[in-house]
Design a protein around this ligand. Sequence first.
Ligand SMILES: *Cc1c(COP(=O)(O)O)cnc(C)c1O
Length: 422
Amino acid sequence: MDFQNNLQFAQELDAADALRNYRDAFHFPKVNGKQVIYFTGNSLGLQPKKTKKYVDEVMTDWAELAVEGHFHAEKSWWDYHERLAEPLAKVVGAKTKEVSVMNTLTVNLHFLMVSFYKPTADRYKIICEEKAFPSDQYMFQSQVKFHGLNPEDAIVEVKKREGEQHWRTEDIVAKINEVGDELALVLIGGVNYYNGQVFDMETITKAGKKVGANVGWDLAHAVGNIELKLHDWGVDFAAWCSYKYMNSGPGNASGIFVNEKYLGKKDISRFEGWWGTKKETRFLMKPKFEPMENADAWQVSNPPVLSLAPYLASLKMFEEVGMEALIKKRNKIVDYLEFILHEIDKEVDSTFEIITPTERGCQLSVFLHGQGKSLFNYLMDNGVITDWREPNVIRLAPAPFYCSYEDMYRFGQILKDGILEN
Ligand SMILES: *Cc1c(COP(=O)(O)O)cnc(C)c1O
């Protein structure tokens, strides 16, 4: 499609947008009394207006039923999490039984590493991407040390090539083959938080499995953003947070995926608690753990219902819209944003560079060669909510649920003024 950098054209795209009505289903912050242009749905998604109703419902049940709410609330609490599994399975391409909701992301990755990182004297190495999200780096280091190993030896980072801004699949596969028999685990962020790159999860998973390693994915920036087929790809495990593209609120509950081949097993290594034992006999308070037949076996504690309520509200919206429609709009709005960036670059003779490769989801990361943090501050002061990553990168993620084409056009105008003034 031939895009145009003008207001009328942007408004025409909005008028033809099948998701246009969803914009009004979210709360937008305001700066100087004006609704912001929100580019940080990759960091904290906006609040859906109907979320409050889901939270209030739990608060009312708690007030009126107290402990009876566990079994007698309309959405009973003891199995509240089960309502999330089916819509969530659709978002990540899994069978319903392969998905569960609990804890928070890094916590879940640690729990899953207990099951899927079991180093032996010969096979103990972990492959990850260089400069992985810091929480993941700390997790790898502490896990490796917990097993009495040396992080410098056990953690193998795949690097980008000199002068390149993204990883090549062939380099990751080559590293997997090189480490080969020593490789215990591949665990990478499915979409890189910094450059927005979408990894070829299918190819990498197959390569890892071929050399006998387990393969897991941190899907923080992937879930609700890109098409996932965790089951079909043969992924062993994955986890994600719900507060980025999933719009479930700050620090909210995480989801996990465990491949069905590990379900119902009693001999798996796992840290266990009472919510992972069979629900039929759970309240008999028996001493022996009998795992749930689904991914709920990894649940440890009783569900944090006040956290699950916003997640459920959000999943209802994802179910209603479907990933296909979201991805369709995502592709177009990101293309339009890219077009706008190039137009502005030409107009002001600036020197910014999009470092996100063509394998991308919602995010464009822009390296500012000429301008510094003053431009970022100008954008924020003028109602463009974006974020800054050192040394000189702004990340722009126009979430398809609530961002408009007009936002992209207006952003371009503010960016142009900001470059001229800074
Ligand atoms: C956002 C993010 C996290 C956050 O972890 P929490 O445990 O939810 O704080 C972890 N990993 C990646 C790749 C992320 O992008």
